[in-house]
Design a protein around this ligand. Structure first.
Ligand code: AMP
Ligand code: MG
Length: 401
């Protein structure tokens, strides 16, 4: 059950930045481990990645052309052919070598003249234009110098970053261990998809949202489980989850109704409360605490769009902090396509469709409207205030990925 608070009780809600700061202060960074090249994309760098040698290691050609000594005027006698991977002999004065892109520039040459800028007749090469020393040569170290930090601690490895590790010749690097997550859903009314609904039942949807969002944020989902709405089942499920996870995320059962067992269960398990309720709409009823083991335990609201807000404004930042990245959510600036009302004491976080810098509402302003929100790709953040923000107002939005 979720109950709304009277608007005049702002002290009962924690502003979302304060909630984030409490989470970050309570977290211990995870240990590091060696990770093989093919598993790197999506992982977080645990120790800086250093260039083991200069890149390029040898000066090489950036074009298909002819290696020459730019101080000797053409024509030059063509005496050699250099392919990428060859270890060429020095160039004799007055001669040239045909060279492929990536071919090592031979000693005695200081420029490459592209194929298109010469004429060739019976192994005599004539330049059509003057050649500058250094032209079309990739110098030693132009990409990285030996000892340079190529990837810094805390960076999440993109496929591009992983390929840069490969380019350094490394087969593994040190990464932060992935946060282990157990996802629990509460609610006796919930039925797995694929099963028929009796009157009053609904299909369960939060576990997919939570698990997929946190997996995409770099977590290892240890398991997802459903918990019956009894005190005993709730306590047992949380005890097992805390033992197996760095982060336990539950949905539903966190308010003050007769079937809401999450908070009493966590208190009984010695989980220390960090905050209860955040100043957002939707998404207000969030409980968050730390277990004696250090595991972060978060009870998100049951309503799907409320759950979404806690995930993006609190839990992705928590995951980032656990892995040593900056915990601030990544936001973009975008303009509202329609006017939208503010709330005096709560940040509104509304799923919208972001296209070409404009945020289009989807009619998903109530926290159960999951189908309406399904095409959202951003969470528009509407700052607190008394009025209505007109269309065209620039606001922050969190991309939903
Ligand atoms: P609760 O916070 O447990 O009172 O749940 C609030 C609302 O969210 C109720 O309408 C629940 O049926 C719904 N709800 C709770 N958990 C889920 C879930 N895992 N999937 C979809 N809806 C849920
Ligand atoms: Mg419930």
């Amino acid at each position: 059950m979720t109950t709304d608070l009277p608007a005049d009780l702002p002290h009962l809600r924690t502003p979302v930045e304060d909630a984030r700061a409490l989470i970050v202060a309570a977290l211990r960074p995870l240990p590091v481990e060696a990770v093989a090249l093919h598993d790197l994309a999506g992982r977080v760098v645990g120790e800086p990645v250093i260039a083991p040698h200069d890149l390029p290691r040898h000066a090489n050609s950036s074009m298909d052309g002819f290696a020459v000594d730019a101080s000797t005027p053409s024509p030059w006698a063509l005496t050699a052919h250099i392919l990428a991977g060859d270890d060429p002999a020095p160039l004799a004065p007055g001669t040239t070598a045909a060279i492929a892109t990536g071919g090592v520039v031979p000693d005695g040459a200081n420029a490459v003249i592209p194929l298109e800028r010469v004429t060739e007749e019976r192994d005599v090469i004539t330049a059509l234009a003057p050649v500058e020393p250094g032209a079309c040569i990739r110098p030693v170290g132009a990409d990285a110098r030996q000892g340079d930090v190529v990837l810094d601690r805390g960076l999440r490895l993109s496929p591009l970053a992983a390929s840069a590790v490969s380019g350094l010749g490394l087969t593994e690097i040190i990464c932060v261990r992935r946060p282990r997550v157990v996802v629990l859903t509460t609610g006796d009314e919930l039925v797995p998809p694929g099963q028929p609904l009796r009157r009053g039942q609904i299909h369960e949807s939060n576990s997919i949202l939570v698990a997929a969002t946190l997996a995409a944020a770099g977590c290892e989902i240890v398991r997802t489980g459903s918990v019956a709405d009894t005190a005993e089942a709730t306590r047992a499920a949380f005890a097992a989850a805390i033992a197996d996870a760095d982060l336990v995320v539950s949905t539903g059962g966190v308010s003050v109704g007769p079937r809401d067992h999450v908070k009493p269960a966590l208190r009984a398990l010695g989980v220390h409360e960090l905050f209860w309720r955040i100043a957002t709409q939707p998404g207000q009823p969030v409980w968050c605490g730390t277990a004696p083991s250090g595991t972060l335990v978060t009870g998100l609201p049951g309503n799907p769009l409320s759950c979404l807000v806690g995930l993006h404004l609190l839990l992705i930042p928590a995951v980032r902090a656990l892995t040593g990245a900056s915990p601030e959510p990544e936001t973009v600036r975008a303009e509202l396509a329609q006017p939208i009302g503010q709330l005096p004491a709560r940040l509104r976080a509304i799923p919208m469709r972001l296209t070409a810098g404009r945020l289009e509402p989807l009619g998903a302003s109530l926290s159960h409207q999951l189908s309406r929100a399904a095409q959202a790709n951003a969470l528009a953040l509407i700052p607190t205030g008394d009025g209505e923000l007109p269309a065209g107002t620039i606001v922050d939005a969190v991309p939903l990925g």
